[in-house]
Design a protein around this ligand. Structure first.
Ligand SMILES: [Fe+2]
Length: 292
């Protein structure tokens, strides 16, 4: 059966069929998926049963796997998954749901805010690839917003205003906005803010998009409250219903998205029950702006 991609909404997100990702993927099919990402920015694959090793092997078709260091407060000895795999579950090493007050859980609640993965890294992520091994019975949807459509829908005045703006992104800001600010000196140093352009241009399609994220805490040269109020406005604009695709997880769904063109967030679910989601991340290929 040949690979094919069908649009889920008229302009955004596609469903891929005719491919088994547990098997090595031929070059032509990798190219088809890549072209699908350029066009749809989010791709959904159903019924993909594979091991962590197979997920990583598939991921490497699109570039290097991003180094996860500096992205979380979970310590090396607490990790449930091997290097290369990002644990987006609510589980500890023993496979038990984290306690309500566990600081790792509180930190991970930041995923409920609209964001782009790794926008807090000087070289931010390209693709994220998320496998739903055990999904929530209710809730736990992942929502995606099309940031190209968000850019296109700006009025002329705002479009001119955002064009050359540079924002500061950090996990300190996104977690701080939820009231989680108990970080050690070491963690603060690890989460030092980085700069990103607010407008990005896709290298293949040439389409512009708003590079927004809840990790933004400042705009270079702006008073902080004005910057935060402006970013809130833009995020509200970008996440209007007509620009959002809601993914309702079934077991073994595999969803991949382009962090350069989308934002996403997870919705509430019963965290006393296991939800085992495993991510791999394709590293980006450069900074969006010089760091200072
Ligand atoms: Fe994320």
């Amino acid at each position: 059966m040949a690979i094919s991609i069908h649009p889920i909404t008229p302009t955004f997100a596609g469903e891929v069929s005719g491919i088994d990702l547990s098997q090595p993927v031929p070059k032509e099919e990798v190219a088809t998926i890549d072209a699908g990402m350029d066009r749809y920015a989010v791709l959904v694959f159903r019924d993909q049963h594979f091991s962590d090793e197979q997920q990583m092997a598939f991921t490497r078709n699109f570039g290097e796997i991003e180094n996860a260091q500096g992205g979380n407060i979970t310590k090396e000895h607490e990790l449930r998954l091997q290097r290369g795999m990002i644990d987006v579950s609510n589980l500890d090493r023993a496979g038990q749901p984290l306690d309500r007050n566990d600081r790792r859980r509180m930190f991970n609640l930041g995923n409920r805010l609209w964001h782009s993965d790794s926008s807090y890294r000087a070289v931010p992520a390209k693709y994220s690839m998320l496998s739903g091994r055990v999904v929530a019975k209710q809730g736990g949807n992942t929502e995606f917003a099309d940031m190209r459509a968000a850019y296109d829908a700006l009025d002329d005045e705002t479009r001119a205003q955002v064009e050359d703006l540079v924002c500061e992104h950090s996990l300190i800001y996104s977690r701080g906005s939820l009231g989680f600010s108990e970080l050690t000196e070491e963690e603060r140093a690890m989460f030092k803010p980085v700069r990103q352009r607010l407008v990005r241009t896709h290298p293949v399609s040439g389409r512009k998009s708003l590079y927004l994220s809840s990790h933004i805490g400042a705009i270079v040269g702006w008073p902080v409250p004005e910057a935060r109020a402006f970013i809130r406005d833009l995020i509200e604009h970008a996440t209007q219903r007509e620009r959002v695709y809601i993914h309702r997880w079934k077991p073994f769904d595999f969803v991949i998205w382009d962090n350069r063109q989308t934002m996403h967030r997870v919705r509430r679910f019963d965290e006393t029950q296991p939800r085992d989601m495993r991510r791999t991340t394709v590293a980006g290929d450069g900074m969006t702006v010089e760091q200072c």
